[in-house]
Design a binder for this molecule. Structure first.
Ligand code: FES
Length: 102
């Protein structure tokens, strides 16, 4: 089962950048792109790196360790050395807060 977890204020999500938040026992990366908020697991699927330490260009987050890139909209792994997509989570904005369904 999933549940909606309240994270941070919408205004605290940086535009064209990424921030890590806690959602239950999970660490999630939130991205602000073109006025939208996207959520993925914060851990890279390739190794022990946090995507919040990576670089966001458009809808692509680049892992800081080996420069693998994911599309933050659907979690798709876009290049080597990535093999596995990263999990994405539905996002909802309510009363100025960002909720993530995990
Ligand atoms: Fe992310 Fe290797 S740990 S690309």
């Amino acid at each position: 089962t999933t549940q909606w977890i309240k994270t941070i204020a919408r205004t605290d999500v940086p535009e064209d950048d990424v921030i890590a938040v806690q959602a239950g026992d999970r660490e999630i990366a939130l991205y602000g792109v073109e006025g939208q908020v996207y959520a993925t697991d914060n851990l890279c699927t390739h190794g022990n790196a946090r995507l919040c330490d990576g670089f966001l260009t458009g809808h692509e987050i680049e892992c800081p360790l080996h420069q693998g890139r994911f599309d933050v909209r659907d979690g798709r792994a876009l290049c080597s050395p990535l093999r596995d997509n990263v999990a994405v989570y539905p996002v909802s904005i309510k009363d100025g807060m960002v909720y993530v369904e995990v």
